[in-house]
Design a binder for this molecule. Structure first.
Ligand code: CA
Ligand code: CA
Length: 265
């Protein structure tokens, strides 16, 4: 619960007791200026710095309202799903995939503080000329974000669609993973946004069918949402609705179409 260097609002509040001797009006002014600075910082600080405040439960309350853009905060990144899509779509993975790879993740490497800590065990993929199908397997039971279950999975799958860290933006994986993969992210699948079997990509808002099994989920992403080809880098940070609990691959990204690890440059 140590305040982070960027946890301006927390430090501001904790410094208040030392100002007991100050006149009331001056303390209020100081608090107001502090709040203004926090708001300005929220708008100006690059995503990773904002994110580090978001990882502290104590400071997330004070920064959530000043960081309306969800990138860097453990909350929904994509826009709210529309109510029009009522029928649960079918996840159709390639029948004759031209790409097939699997990446294992360490068992028991979760982080976080909650009772439920989703532990990614492997990520497998198939693809053809139109669809990239990604399955994430966990050590225990999971549920979709709209299930109301404490086993609900949330989080982000970052795609560096041109496999170029110099284009795009820092991803949620950089914000929340102990070992940032340092992708240049073009698009992200937002698992917070899962509703009636669909999730949204951010920032584009494309809907992607996602199906959940007992301890895995599968997303069938059109290649048109991934820059049009099966060549890209990706990494993910997943957890509960409350906090991130695991990243895959650890300290790296995986490269499609062969699944090879891409270490941060
Ligand atoms: Ca794991
Ligand atoms: Ca990129």
């Amino acid at each position: 619960m140590q305040p982070t260097a960027q946890g301006g609002s927390v430090q501001e509040h904790r410094q208040q007791p030392s100002g007991r001797g100050q006149p009331q009006a001056r303390r209020h002014l100081r608090g107001g200026v502090g709040a203004l600075v926090v708001l300005m910082l929220g708008a100006l600080i690059p995503a990773p710095a904002v994110a580090s405040t978001g990882r502290s439960p104590a400071s997330s309350r004070s920064t959530a309202s000043s960081a309306p853009t969800a990138r860097g905060v453990w909350q929904r990144l994509a826009a709210l799903p529309g109510t029009a899509a009522s029928a649960t779509p079918t996840v159709t993975c390639p029948a004759n995939p031209t790409v097939r790879f699997s990446v294992t993740d360490t068992l028991g490497d979760t982080f976080g503080n909650g009772a439920v800590r989703h532990d990614i065990t492997s990520v497998s993929a198939t693809a053809d000329a139109t669809t990239f199908c990604l399955t994430v397997n966990f050590a225990g039971p999971i549920a979709p974000a709209d299930s109301g279950s404490d086993r609900a999975v949330a989080g982000f799958i970052d795609f560096d669609t041109d496999a170029n860290p110099k284009t795009g933006t820092p991803g949620a994986t950089d914000s929340f993973c102990p070992q940032p993969p340092k992708l240049g992210v073009e698009t992200t699948l937002d698992l917070f946004s899962v509703s009636q079997g669909q999730a949204r990509m951010a920032p584009g808002g494309e809907l992607v069918p996602v199906s959940f099994d007992t301890s895995s989920f599968t997303a069938a992403i059109p290649l048109s949402d991934l820059g049009g080809s099966t060549t890209f880098n990706a990494a993910m940070v997943l957890g509960t609705l409350a906090e991130p609990t695991d990243c895959a691959p650890d300290g790296a990204a995986f490269h499609s179409p062969d699944g090879s690890p891409i270490l941060p440059s």
